[in-house]
Design a protein around this ligand. Structure first.
Ligand SMILES: C[S@@+](CC[C@H](N)C(=O)[O-])C[C@H]1O[C@@H](n2cnc3c(N)ncnc32)[C@H](O)[C@@H]1O
Length: 298
């Protein structure tokens, strides 16, 4: 454990360095195995309507963007995982880009695109530090993947990277957990998924995945506001021995006002809208909303 903030005043100056050291330590003691099991991850998180979510993203661009018509059909999915949204946009005839840190996820996304018969550009990069050669009209960071940006500096760098990669008037959509849920008092967070529940996996070997995302004793650091989240996949595939992969990784979920302050600090966007779900039209972000949707215009 590092020094406490009241030990001496130099703590405040060295805080970002301490955070950086912690991240390096986490990176060394954990592994990216949770995301390396891309197919199991895809089965575990497939109970969403990707086409509906893309309709919402299109609505955001139509309603809040102002991009020249010629350039308007281009999209990047950040922290894309299996890139189901990017592949859906590719199916709709858009230029589709998928960015992730994990080579395994990108391999899986590329195979998925081949299987779908669509064109997908993939970028292996840290979403806190990237620039696209050709900017896009619409960007999305979905399913709370912003929680991988665990320091203020990372969030601001991420917002600036996304803005650099957007056309003028382009739109960036962020999906985060509703602020009322970020203290995670419903732990452990567990569920099971079967490949046969999802038509997409029809004809593939039967796979069952038990997921634990957040254990009851996961530590929370009140100063850095980071959870060290336990993630476990128990994978049962026909004809194979059961496999269990587990790791712990830092995540940070954001309150609306701190996210608002970081967006303002980034200076990367001209307007912001807050919504409570991915419906068309979306409900406002209020105390009873399902989630926190942030729509930013460059
Ligand atoms: C929740 S998952 C995928 C979310 C995906 N958009 C979806 O809707 O299913 C998060 C992804 O973030 C990726 N990731 C984690 N840290 C990252 C970073 N710093 N830069 C880019 N990708 C990152 C992981 O490899 C993983 O594929």
């Amino acid at each position: 454990m590092g020094r406490r903030p009241d030990d001496d005043s130099s703590f405040l100056l060295s805080w970002p360095l301490i955070e950086l050291e912690r991240r390096i330590e986490f990176a060394l003691v954990t592994s990216p195995e949770f995301y390396a099991n891309a197919r199991a991850y895809d089965i575990a998180f497939s109970d969403r309507d990707f086409a509906d979510e893309c309709n919402f993203l299109e609505w955001c661009l139509r309603t809040h963007g102002c991009v020249a018509a010629d350039d308007s059909r281009s999209f990047i999915e950040l922290a894309c995982g299996p890139a189901r949204h990017a592949r859906e946009f590719a199916r709709r005839g858009w230029r589709a880009v998928a960015l992730d840190l994990s080579p395994d996820m990108l391999d899986y996304a590329r195979q998925g695109a081949i299987r779908d018969g669509v064109l997908l550009e993939t970028v292996a990069a840290d979403m806190a530090d990237f620039t696209l050669d050709r900017p896009v009209a619409l960007a999305a960071n979905l399913m709370e993947s912003l929680s991988h940006m665990v320091t203020n500096e990372q969030v601001v760098a991420h917002l600036r990277s996304v803005s650099r990669s957007l056309l003028p008037g382009g739109v960036f959509v962020i999906e985060m957990a509703h602020p009322s849920t970020i203290w995670r008092d419903n732990l452990p967070n567990v569920w099971s998924s079967r490949s046969t529940d999802v038509p997409y996996f029809a004809g593939e070997p039967y796979t069952e995945v038990d997921v634990l995302f957040g254990a009851a004793d996961d530590p929370y650091d009140w100063i850095t506001q980071q959870w060290l989240v336990t993630a476990r996949l128990t994978i049962r595939e026909s004809g194979q021995p059961e496999r269990v992969v587990e790791h712990r990784h830092p995540h940070r979920w954001y309150q609306a006002q701190e996210l608002r302050a970081l967006i303002e600090l980034s200076g990367a966007f001209s307007k912001v809208w807050w919504y409570g779900d991915m419906l068309i039209p979306p409900p406002p972000l209020d105390n009873d909303a399902e989630r926190m949707m942030v729509v930013l215009r460059k």
